[in-house]
Design a protein. Structure first.
Length: 515
Protein backbone atom coordinates (compact mmCIF):
# COMPACT_ATOMS: atom_id res chain seq x y z
CA UNK A 1 0.00 0.00 0.00
CA UNK A 2 1.33 3.44 -0.90
CA UNK A 3 2.09 5.85 1.95
CA UNK A 4 -0.38 8.44 0.65
CA UNK A 5 -3.15 5.84 0.62
CA UNK A 6 -2.36 4.82 4.21
CA UNK A 7 -2.48 8.44 5.33
CA UNK A 8 -5.88 8.85 3.69
CA UNK A 9 -7.23 5.79 5.56
CA UNK A 10 -5.99 7.20 8.85
CA UNK A 11 -7.78 10.43 8.14
CA UNK A 12 -11.03 8.78 7.08
CA UNK A 13 -13.83 8.68 9.73
CA UNK A 14 -14.24 5.32 11.43
CA UNK A 15 -17.44 3.30 10.82
CA UNK A 16 -19.36 3.44 14.09
CA UNK A 17 -22.36 1.21 14.75
CA UNK A 18 -25.61 3.07 14.29
CA UNK A 19 -27.05 3.97 17.66
CA UNK A 20 -23.82 3.54 19.61
CA UNK A 21 -23.60 5.78 22.66
CA UNK A 22 -20.01 6.62 21.70
CA UNK A 23 -20.97 7.77 18.21
CA UNK A 24 -20.91 11.47 17.46
CA UNK A 25 -22.82 12.21 14.28
CA UNK A 26 -20.54 15.16 13.59
CA UNK A 27 -17.61 12.75 13.22
CA UNK A 28 -19.32 10.28 10.85
CA UNK A 29 -21.01 10.58 7.46
CA UNK A 30 -24.77 11.12 7.35
CA UNK A 31 -26.42 7.73 7.95
CA UNK A 32 -28.28 6.04 5.14
CA UNK A 33 -31.99 6.87 5.77
CA UNK A 34 -32.98 3.30 5.01
CA UNK A 35 -30.52 1.94 7.59
CA UNK A 36 -31.75 4.45 10.13
CA UNK A 37 -35.36 3.39 9.52
CA UNK A 38 -34.36 -0.26 9.77
CA UNK A 39 -32.70 0.44 13.08
CA UNK A 40 -35.81 2.18 14.42
CA UNK A 41 -38.02 -0.75 13.39
CA UNK A 42 -35.80 -3.33 15.08
CA UNK A 43 -35.09 -1.33 18.24
CA UNK A 44 -38.12 -2.74 20.14
CA UNK A 45 -36.74 -6.23 19.52
CA UNK A 46 -33.22 -5.31 20.59
CA UNK A 47 -34.05 -3.09 23.56
CA UNK A 48 -37.60 -3.89 24.77
CA UNK A 49 -38.88 -2.14 27.88
CA UNK A 50 -39.44 -4.38 30.92
CA UNK A 51 -42.90 -4.77 32.40
CA UNK A 52 -43.77 -3.82 35.98
CA UNK A 53 -46.31 -5.22 38.43
CA UNK A 54 -48.69 -3.18 40.57
CA UNK A 55 -45.96 -2.75 43.18
CA UNK A 56 -43.58 -1.23 40.65
CA UNK A 57 -41.34 -4.31 40.50
CA UNK A 58 -39.92 -5.65 37.23
CA UNK A 59 -41.85 -8.71 36.08
CA UNK A 60 -39.65 -11.76 35.59
CA UNK A 61 -40.39 -15.38 34.71
CA UNK A 62 -38.87 -18.63 35.93
CA UNK A 63 -36.88 -20.77 33.51
CA UNK A 64 -39.67 -23.36 33.68
CA UNK A 65 -42.24 -20.75 32.60
CA UNK A 66 -39.95 -19.69 29.78
CA UNK A 67 -39.49 -23.23 28.42
CA UNK A 68 -43.24 -23.89 28.62
CA UNK A 69 -43.87 -20.69 26.67
CA UNK A 70 -41.33 -21.57 23.96
CA UNK A 71 -42.94 -25.02 23.64
CA UNK A 72 -46.20 -23.30 22.55
CA UNK A 73 -44.56 -21.14 19.90
CA UNK A 74 -43.70 -23.91 17.46
CA UNK A 75 -44.59 -27.43 16.33
CA UNK A 76 -42.47 -29.91 14.42
CA UNK A 77 -43.21 -32.51 11.75
CA UNK A 78 -40.79 -34.60 9.68
CA UNK A 79 -37.80 -32.70 11.08
CA UNK A 80 -39.31 -29.40 9.97
CA UNK A 81 -40.59 -26.64 12.21
CA UNK A 82 -43.68 -24.43 11.94
CA UNK A 83 -44.64 -21.26 13.75
CA UNK A 84 -48.00 -21.90 15.46
CA UNK A 85 -49.16 -18.38 14.49
CA UNK A 86 -48.05 -18.78 10.84
CA UNK A 87 -47.89 -22.55 10.23
CA UNK A 88 -47.54 -22.28 6.47
CA UNK A 89 -43.88 -21.26 6.66
CA UNK A 90 -41.35 -24.12 6.93
CA UNK A 91 -38.39 -23.50 9.23
CA UNK A 92 -35.19 -25.44 9.85
CA UNK A 93 -33.89 -26.15 13.32
CA UNK A 94 -31.23 -23.46 12.88
CA UNK A 95 -33.95 -20.99 11.83
CA UNK A 96 -36.01 -21.78 14.92
CA UNK A 97 -33.10 -21.44 17.32
CA UNK A 98 -32.13 -18.05 15.92
CA UNK A 99 -35.70 -16.71 15.99
CA UNK A 100 -36.31 -17.99 19.53
CA UNK A 101 -33.19 -16.20 20.71
CA UNK A 102 -34.62 -12.88 19.53
CA UNK A 103 -38.18 -13.59 20.65
CA UNK A 104 -37.00 -14.24 24.21
CA UNK A 105 -35.83 -10.64 24.50
CA UNK A 106 -39.29 -9.35 23.62
CA UNK A 107 -41.31 -11.91 25.56
CA UNK A 108 -39.24 -11.68 28.76
CA UNK A 109 -37.60 -8.22 28.82
CA UNK A 110 -37.31 -8.28 32.61
CA UNK A 111 -35.18 -11.45 32.69
CA UNK A 112 -31.60 -10.22 32.79
CA UNK A 113 -30.49 -13.82 33.42
CA UNK A 114 -31.10 -14.85 29.79
CA UNK A 115 -27.42 -14.78 28.93
CA UNK A 116 -26.09 -16.83 25.96
CA UNK A 117 -25.21 -19.92 28.04
CA UNK A 118 -28.68 -20.02 29.61
CA UNK A 119 -30.37 -19.57 26.22
CA UNK A 120 -28.32 -22.45 24.80
CA UNK A 121 -29.52 -24.69 27.62
CA UNK A 122 -33.12 -23.67 27.00
CA UNK A 123 -32.82 -24.45 23.29
CA UNK A 124 -31.23 -27.79 24.09
CA UNK A 125 -34.15 -28.68 26.35
CA UNK A 126 -37.08 -27.59 24.17
CA UNK A 127 -35.67 -28.74 20.82
CA UNK A 128 -33.11 -31.51 21.18
CA UNK A 129 -33.68 -33.38 24.45
CA UNK A 130 -35.97 -36.42 24.22
CA UNK A 131 -36.47 -37.31 27.88
CA UNK A 132 -38.21 -34.11 28.91
CA UNK A 133 -41.71 -33.10 29.99
CA UNK A 134 -44.05 -32.58 26.99
CA UNK A 135 -44.89 -29.20 28.48
CA UNK A 136 -41.29 -28.10 27.93
CA UNK A 137 -40.63 -29.56 24.50
CA UNK A 138 -41.73 -28.45 21.03
CA UNK A 139 -44.46 -31.02 20.19
CA UNK A 140 -45.07 -33.16 17.12
CA UNK A 141 -47.66 -31.59 14.84
CA UNK A 142 -50.55 -33.73 13.59
CA UNK A 143 -50.66 -31.58 10.45
CA UNK A 144 -54.15 -30.36 11.36
CA UNK A 145 -55.29 -26.78 11.93
CA UNK A 146 -58.71 -26.49 13.51
CA UNK A 147 -60.80 -23.90 15.29
CA UNK A 148 -61.74 -24.69 18.89
CA UNK A 149 -63.98 -21.69 19.72
CA UNK A 150 -63.85 -20.81 23.40
CA UNK A 151 -60.58 -22.70 23.98
CA UNK A 152 -57.70 -20.24 24.62
CA UNK A 153 -54.99 -22.91 24.27
CA UNK A 154 -52.97 -22.57 21.05
CA UNK A 155 -52.28 -26.31 20.91
CA UNK A 156 -54.74 -29.14 21.57
CA UNK A 157 -53.26 -32.60 22.14
CA UNK A 158 -54.65 -35.98 21.07
CA UNK A 159 -54.44 -39.15 23.14
CA UNK A 160 -51.32 -39.99 21.13
CA UNK A 161 -49.64 -36.70 22.15
CA UNK A 162 -49.69 -35.16 18.69
CA UNK A 163 -50.66 -31.51 18.65
CA UNK A 164 -53.40 -29.82 16.61
CA UNK A 165 -53.02 -26.08 16.07
CA UNK A 166 -55.99 -24.17 17.45
CA UNK A 167 -56.74 -21.29 15.05
CA UNK A 168 -59.28 -19.65 17.39
CA UNK A 169 -58.01 -16.68 19.36
CA UNK A 170 -59.72 -15.06 22.31
CA UNK A 171 -60.69 -11.49 21.32
CA UNK A 172 -58.73 -8.95 23.32
CA UNK A 173 -61.85 -7.11 24.54
CA UNK A 174 -62.99 -10.21 26.45
CA UNK A 175 -59.97 -9.99 28.73
CA UNK A 176 -61.14 -6.65 30.07
CA UNK A 177 -62.65 -6.60 33.57
CA UNK A 178 -66.03 -5.37 32.35
CA UNK A 179 -69.23 -7.10 33.37
CA UNK A 180 -71.79 -4.37 32.63
CA UNK A 181 -74.12 -5.01 29.65
CA UNK A 182 -74.89 -2.07 27.37
CA UNK A 183 -76.22 -2.00 23.80
CA UNK A 184 -75.07 1.58 23.20
CA UNK A 185 -76.13 2.99 19.77
CA UNK A 186 -76.34 -0.55 18.34
CA UNK A 187 -79.89 -0.86 19.69
CA UNK A 188 -81.10 2.23 17.81
CA UNK A 189 -79.22 1.07 14.70
CA UNK A 190 -81.01 -2.30 14.73
CA UNK A 191 -84.41 -0.67 15.29
CA UNK A 192 -83.83 1.60 12.29
CA UNK A 193 -82.48 -1.15 10.07
CA UNK A 194 -85.00 -3.82 11.11
CA UNK A 195 -88.32 -2.14 11.95
CA UNK A 196 -90.23 -5.46 12.05
CA UNK A 197 -89.87 -6.66 15.64
CA UNK A 198 -90.04 -10.39 14.84
CA UNK A 199 -87.24 -10.09 12.27
CA UNK A 200 -85.13 -7.96 14.60
CA UNK A 201 -85.53 -10.52 17.38
CA UNK A 202 -84.32 -13.29 15.07
CA UNK A 203 -81.27 -11.23 14.10
CA UNK A 204 -80.45 -10.61 17.77
CA UNK A 205 -81.12 -14.16 18.97
CA UNK A 206 -78.95 -15.74 16.28
CA UNK A 207 -75.61 -14.13 17.27
CA UNK A 208 -76.60 -14.31 20.94
CA UNK A 209 -77.02 -18.08 20.66
CA UNK A 210 -73.78 -18.40 18.67
CA UNK A 211 -71.82 -16.45 21.30
CA UNK A 212 -73.43 -18.24 24.23
CA UNK A 213 -72.68 -21.60 22.54
CA UNK A 214 -69.47 -20.62 20.81
CA UNK A 215 -68.13 -24.15 20.46
CA UNK A 216 -71.35 -25.31 18.78
CA UNK A 217 -72.65 -24.62 15.28
CA UNK A 218 -75.96 -23.12 14.06
CA UNK A 219 -77.53 -25.15 11.25
CA UNK A 220 -79.06 -22.19 9.43
CA UNK A 221 -77.65 -18.86 8.32
CA UNK A 222 -78.75 -15.24 8.33
CA UNK A 223 -79.25 -13.83 4.83
CA UNK A 224 -79.71 -10.06 4.45
CA UNK A 225 -81.12 -8.87 1.14
CA UNK A 226 -81.75 -5.35 -0.08
CA UNK A 227 -82.33 -4.08 -3.58
CA UNK A 228 -80.64 -0.80 -2.66
CA UNK A 229 -77.15 -0.14 -1.34
CA UNK A 230 -76.23 1.47 1.96
CA UNK A 231 -78.90 -0.30 3.99
CA UNK A 232 -76.54 -1.43 6.77
CA UNK A 233 -75.74 -5.02 5.74
CA UNK A 234 -71.97 -4.52 5.87
CA UNK A 235 -72.20 -2.58 9.13
CA UNK A 236 -74.09 -5.42 10.80
CA UNK A 237 -71.55 -7.89 9.45
CA UNK A 238 -68.75 -5.73 10.90
CA UNK A 239 -70.45 -5.61 14.30
CA UNK A 240 -70.66 -9.40 14.40
CA UNK A 241 -67.07 -9.83 13.19
CA UNK A 242 -65.86 -7.68 16.07
CA UNK A 243 -67.94 -9.62 18.57
CA UNK A 244 -66.58 -12.98 17.41
CA UNK A 245 -63.12 -11.45 17.01
CA UNK A 246 -61.81 -10.23 13.67
CA UNK A 247 -59.07 -12.85 13.92
CA UNK A 248 -61.84 -15.48 14.08
CA UNK A 249 -63.88 -13.97 11.22
CA UNK A 250 -63.64 -14.07 7.45
CA UNK A 251 -65.29 -11.71 4.97
CA UNK A 252 -65.48 -13.14 1.46
CA UNK A 253 -66.71 -11.58 -1.77
CA UNK A 254 -69.17 -14.19 -3.03
CA UNK A 255 -68.32 -17.84 -2.34
CA UNK A 256 -65.31 -18.56 -4.57
CA UNK A 257 -62.88 -19.16 -1.68
CA UNK A 258 -65.46 -21.02 0.40
CA UNK A 259 -66.16 -23.61 -2.30
CA UNK A 260 -62.62 -23.81 -3.68
CA UNK A 261 -60.27 -26.74 -3.16
CA UNK A 262 -58.07 -24.90 -0.66
CA UNK A 263 -60.90 -23.60 1.53
CA UNK A 264 -59.40 -24.56 4.90
CA UNK A 265 -58.48 -20.95 5.88
CA UNK A 266 -62.16 -19.98 5.56
CA UNK A 267 -63.62 -23.01 7.34
CA UNK A 268 -61.23 -22.48 10.25
CA UNK A 269 -63.03 -19.27 11.15
CA UNK A 270 -65.95 -19.07 13.55
CA UNK A 271 -67.85 -16.33 11.71
CA UNK A 272 -67.94 -16.28 7.90
CA UNK A 273 -69.55 -13.51 5.83
CA UNK A 274 -70.16 -13.99 2.10
CA UNK A 275 -71.10 -10.69 0.49
CA UNK A 276 -72.93 -10.17 -2.81
CA UNK A 277 -73.98 -13.81 -2.93
CA UNK A 278 -75.40 -14.70 -6.35
CA UNK A 279 -75.25 -18.28 -7.62
CA UNK A 280 -77.27 -20.56 -9.87
CA UNK A 281 -79.96 -22.84 -8.40
CA UNK A 282 -78.91 -26.47 -8.09
CA UNK A 283 -75.29 -25.59 -8.92
CA UNK A 284 -72.35 -27.32 -7.19
CA UNK A 285 -71.68 -24.01 -5.39
CA UNK A 286 -75.23 -23.88 -4.02
CA UNK A 287 -75.05 -27.49 -2.84
CA UNK A 288 -71.62 -26.94 -1.26
CA UNK A 289 -72.85 -23.91 0.72
CA UNK A 290 -75.80 -25.87 2.08
CA UNK A 291 -73.47 -28.67 3.12
CA UNK A 292 -71.14 -26.33 5.00
CA UNK A 293 -74.08 -24.75 6.82
CA UNK A 294 -75.49 -28.06 8.08
CA UNK A 295 -72.50 -30.43 8.29
CA UNK A 296 -70.05 -30.21 11.19
CA UNK A 297 -67.44 -32.52 9.62
CA UNK A 298 -65.87 -31.62 6.30
CA UNK A 299 -62.75 -32.22 4.23
CA UNK A 300 -60.33 -29.29 4.28
CA UNK A 301 -57.02 -28.68 2.57
CA UNK A 302 -54.20 -26.15 2.77
CA UNK A 303 -51.81 -25.59 -0.10
CA UNK A 304 -48.81 -27.86 0.35
CA UNK A 305 -50.45 -29.94 3.09
CA UNK A 306 -52.50 -33.13 3.26
CA UNK A 307 -56.29 -33.25 3.12
CA UNK A 308 -57.89 -33.72 6.54
CA UNK A 309 -61.37 -34.44 7.83
CA UNK A 310 -62.03 -31.89 10.57
CA UNK A 311 -64.96 -30.52 12.52
CA UNK A 312 -65.98 -26.95 11.79
CA UNK A 313 -68.21 -24.70 13.86
CA UNK A 314 -68.75 -21.92 11.31
CA UNK A 315 -71.65 -19.51 11.65
CA UNK A 316 -72.52 -18.19 8.17
CA UNK A 317 -73.85 -14.74 7.30
CA UNK A 318 -74.83 -13.84 3.72
CA UNK A 319 -75.68 -10.56 2.01
CA UNK A 320 -76.87 -9.72 -1.49
CA UNK A 321 -78.41 -6.95 -3.56
CA UNK A 322 -80.11 -9.58 -5.72
CA UNK A 323 -83.20 -11.55 -4.72
CA UNK A 324 -81.94 -15.10 -3.91
CA UNK A 325 -84.36 -16.92 -6.19
CA UNK A 326 -81.86 -19.78 -6.36
CA UNK A 327 -83.07 -20.94 -2.94
CA UNK A 328 -85.28 -24.03 -3.05
CA UNK A 329 -88.83 -23.99 -1.80
CA UNK A 330 -89.01 -24.71 1.93
CA UNK A 331 -85.22 -24.47 2.35
CA UNK A 332 -84.49 -24.55 6.11
CA UNK A 333 -80.94 -23.27 5.86
CA UNK A 334 -81.52 -19.55 5.28
CA UNK A 335 -83.42 -16.91 7.21
CA UNK A 336 -83.82 -14.16 4.61
CA UNK A 337 -84.68 -10.57 5.52
CA UNK A 338 -85.39 -7.67 3.19
CA UNK A 339 -83.58 -4.72 4.81
CA UNK A 340 -84.66 -1.98 2.39
CA UNK A 341 -85.64 1.17 4.30
CA UNK A 342 -85.65 4.96 3.93
CA UNK A 343 -82.10 5.17 5.24
CA UNK A 344 -80.48 3.57 2.19
CA UNK A 345 -77.95 5.52 0.14
CA UNK A 346 -80.54 7.42 -1.90
CA UNK A 347 -83.40 7.32 0.60
CA UNK A 348 -85.18 10.18 2.31
CA UNK A 349 -83.38 9.47 5.61
CA UNK A 350 -79.99 8.58 4.11
CA UNK A 351 -78.02 11.19 6.07
CA UNK A 352 -79.66 10.21 9.35
CA UNK A 353 -78.91 6.51 8.89
CA UNK A 354 -75.35 7.16 7.67
CA UNK A 355 -74.68 9.23 10.79
CA UNK A 356 -76.08 6.45 12.99
CA UNK A 357 -73.92 3.83 11.25
CA UNK A 358 -70.83 6.03 11.77
CA UNK A 359 -71.74 6.45 15.43
CA UNK A 360 -71.88 2.65 15.79
CA UNK A 361 -68.49 2.25 14.09
CA UNK A 362 -66.88 4.91 16.28
CA UNK A 363 -68.52 3.52 19.42
CA UNK A 364 -67.22 0.00 18.85
CA UNK A 365 -63.68 1.26 18.25
CA UNK A 366 -63.42 1.35 22.03
CA UNK A 367 -62.77 -2.18 23.40
CA UNK A 368 -64.75 -1.32 26.55
CA UNK A 369 -67.89 -0.61 24.51
CA UNK A 370 -67.45 -3.82 22.55
CA UNK A 371 -67.11 -5.72 25.83
CA UNK A 372 -70.38 -4.23 27.11
CA UNK A 373 -72.21 -5.17 23.90
CA UNK A 374 -70.83 -8.69 24.26
CA UNK A 375 -72.15 -8.86 27.82
CA UNK A 376 -75.58 -7.70 26.62
CA UNK A 377 -75.73 -10.54 24.09
CA UNK A 378 -74.38 -13.09 26.56
CA UNK A 379 -77.21 -12.17 28.94
CA UNK A 380 -79.84 -12.05 26.22
CA UNK A 381 -82.50 -14.63 27.11
CA UNK A 382 -83.02 -16.97 24.14
CA UNK A 383 -86.75 -17.74 23.67
CA UNK A 384 -87.84 -21.36 23.93
CA UNK A 385 -89.23 -21.33 20.40
CA UNK A 386 -85.89 -20.20 18.95
CA UNK A 387 -84.02 -23.19 17.54
CA UNK A 388 -80.56 -22.62 16.07
CA UNK A 389 -80.50 -26.23 14.88
CA UNK A 390 -83.70 -26.14 12.83
CA UNK A 391 -85.43 -23.20 11.14
CA UNK A 392 -89.22 -23.39 11.30
CA UNK A 393 -89.93 -21.89 7.87
CA UNK A 394 -93.67 -22.41 8.24
CA UNK A 395 -93.98 -20.10 11.24
CA UNK A 396 -91.09 -17.64 10.92
CA UNK A 397 -90.98 -16.99 7.16
CA UNK A 398 -90.52 -13.33 6.28
CA UNK A 399 -92.31 -11.62 3.41
CA UNK A 400 -89.29 -12.03 1.13
CA UNK A 401 -89.00 -15.72 2.10
CA UNK A 402 -92.60 -16.29 1.04
CA UNK A 403 -91.92 -14.52 -2.24
CA UNK A 404 -88.87 -16.70 -2.85
CA UNK A 405 -90.77 -19.85 -1.99
CA UNK A 406 -93.49 -18.94 -4.46
CA UNK A 407 -90.99 -18.16 -7.21
CA UNK A 408 -88.64 -21.07 -6.59
CA UNK A 409 -91.13 -23.76 -7.61
CA UNK A 410 -90.37 -25.00 -11.13
CA UNK A 411 -93.09 -23.82 -13.53
CA UNK A 412 -92.38 -26.76 -15.82
CA UNK A 413 -92.97 -29.08 -12.88
CA UNK A 414 -96.35 -27.45 -12.27
CA UNK A 415 -97.30 -27.94 -15.92
CA UNK A 416 -96.25 -31.58 -15.69
CA UNK A 417 -98.28 -32.10 -12.50
CA UNK A 418 -101.35 -30.52 -14.13
CA UNK A 419 -100.91 -32.80 -17.15
CA UNK A 420 -100.90 -35.91 -14.91
CA UNK A 421 -104.07 -34.71 -13.16
CA UNK A 422 -105.80 -33.86 -16.43
CA UNK A 423 -105.23 -37.42 -17.66
CA UNK A 424 -106.19 -38.82 -14.23
CA UNK A 425 -103.03 -40.93 -14.12
CA UNK A 426 -102.19 -42.91 -10.97
CA UNK A 427 -99.28 -44.77 -12.58
CA UNK A 428 -96.82 -44.15 -15.40
CA UNK A 429 -94.54 -46.87 -16.81
CA UNK A 430 -90.99 -45.78 -17.68
CA UNK A 431 -91.57 -47.13 -21.21
CA UNK A 432 -94.16 -44.37 -21.76
CA UNK A 433 -91.74 -41.53 -20.86
CA UNK A 434 -90.87 -40.97 -24.52
CA UNK A 435 -94.43 -40.11 -25.56
CA UNK A 436 -94.84 -37.89 -22.49
CA UNK A 437 -91.50 -36.22 -23.28
CA UNK A 438 -92.70 -35.29 -26.77
CA UNK A 439 -96.00 -33.99 -25.44
CA UNK A 440 -94.32 -31.70 -22.90
CA UNK A 441 -91.29 -30.81 -25.03
CA UNK A 442 -88.89 -32.18 -22.41
CA UNK A 443 -85.22 -32.70 -23.33
CA UNK A 444 -84.80 -36.24 -21.91
CA UNK A 445 -86.46 -39.00 -19.92
CA UNK A 446 -84.43 -38.30 -16.77
CA UNK A 447 -86.21 -34.97 -16.28
CA UNK A 448 -89.56 -36.77 -16.11
CA UNK A 449 -88.10 -39.23 -13.62
CA UNK A 450 -86.88 -36.40 -11.36
CA UNK A 451 -90.20 -34.58 -11.62
CA UNK A 452 -92.14 -37.68 -10.58
CA UNK A 453 -89.88 -38.22 -7.58
CA UNK A 454 -90.21 -34.54 -6.60
CA UNK A 455 -93.98 -34.97 -6.65
CA UNK A 456 -93.69 -37.88 -4.25
CA UNK A 457 -94.31 -40.70 -6.71
CA UNK A 458 -92.55 -44.01 -5.97
CA UNK A 459 -90.50 -46.13 -8.32
CA UNK A 460 -91.26 -49.87 -8.49
CA UNK A 461 -89.89 -52.70 -10.63
CA UNK A 462 -92.68 -55.29 -11.02
CA UNK A 463 -94.41 -57.56 -13.53
CA UNK A 464 -97.81 -56.80 -15.08
CA UNK A 465 -99.89 -57.53 -18.16
CA UNK A 466 -98.79 -60.23 -20.57
CA UNK A 467 -95.07 -59.55 -20.06
CA UNK A 468 -93.17 -62.12 -17.99
CA UNK A 469 -90.27 -59.85 -16.90
CA UNK A 470 -90.20 -57.00 -14.41
CA UNK A 471 -90.53 -53.43 -15.64
CA UNK A 472 -90.15 -49.99 -14.03
CA UNK A 473 -93.33 -48.14 -13.19
CA UNK A 474 -93.91 -44.95 -11.16
CA UNK A 475 -96.94 -44.80 -8.82
CA UNK A 476 -98.82 -41.82 -7.41
CA UNK A 477 -98.57 -41.34 -3.59
CA UNK A 478 -101.02 -43.71 -1.88
CA UNK A 479 -100.90 -46.32 -4.66
CA UNK A 480 -98.99 -49.60 -4.94
CA UNK A 481 -98.72 -52.50 -7.41
CA UNK A 482 -98.76 -56.15 -6.30
CA UNK A 483 -99.16 -59.21 -8.56
CA UNK A 484 -99.88 -57.05 -11.59
CA UNK A 485 -102.72 -55.19 -9.84
CA UNK A 486 -102.66 -51.50 -8.84
CA UNK A 487 -104.25 -50.80 -5.45
CA UNK A 488 -105.42 -47.37 -4.34
CA UNK A 489 -107.35 -45.66 -1.53
CA UNK A 490 -110.97 -46.58 -0.78
CA UNK A 491 -110.49 -50.13 -2.11
CA UNK A 492 -109.90 -48.99 -5.69
CA UNK A 493 -108.05 -51.46 -7.97
CA UNK A 494 -107.21 -51.93 -11.63
CA UNK A 495 -105.35 -54.64 -13.55
CA UNK A 496 -103.49 -53.35 -16.61
CA UNK A 497 -103.60 -55.77 -19.56
CA UNK A 498 -102.24 -55.75 -23.10
CA UNK A 499 -100.16 -52.91 -24.60
CA UNK A 500 -99.40 -49.99 -22.29
CA UNK A 501 -101.79 -47.09 -22.83
CA UNK A 502 -102.69 -44.12 -20.65
CA UNK A 503 -106.22 -45.49 -20.22
CA UNK A 504 -104.96 -48.56 -18.33
CA UNK A 505 -103.40 -46.34 -15.63
CA UNK A 506 -106.24 -43.90 -15.13
CA UNK A 507 -108.66 -43.48 -12.25
CA UNK A 508 -111.77 -41.72 -13.50
CA UNK A 509 -112.79 -40.39 -10.08
CA UNK A 510 -109.29 -39.13 -9.23
CA UNK A 511 -110.29 -35.45 -9.12
CA UNK A 512 -113.17 -36.23 -6.80
CA UNK A 513 -110.92 -38.30 -4.57
CA UNK A 514 -108.17 -35.64 -4.42
CA UNK A 515 -110.67 -32.86 -3.65
Amino acid sequence: MEKDDADKMDEAPSLVAVGSDDAEWSDVPDPDPFLEEWYEELSPFEYPFPRYDTQGRVVTASLQEITQTIAQWYVRKNNKYYDVAVPGEVLSRDDVERVITHRLKVAFPGNTDLVPDVVRQLLQKVIRDVFVSPRESIPIWSGVRKSFPGNPQRLVFSDHMTATINTWREPAYRRLSIDRPDWGPVEEFLEFMLPVEEERDMVINWPAWCLQNEGDKPLWALFLYSHTKGSGKSTLSKIMSRLFGEENSSVENNVSKLVSRFNAPVLQKKFVTCEELSIKPGSPEANAIKTYITESETMTEHKGHDVHMVQQACAFFFTSNHTPLWLEQGDRRFYVIDVDHDGHRFGARAEEFAALAKEVHDYLEEPEHLAMLYRALMRNRIPRDFNAKSLDVQNVSTKIMKTIQGASWDVNLEIFEADLLEQELVALPAAMFSSKKETLGVANNNIIKHWLLQLGWTREKVKWGSVSYARVIFLRPGYRMVGGIIYGPDGWTTKPEGPDTYKQFQRTDLHKYLS
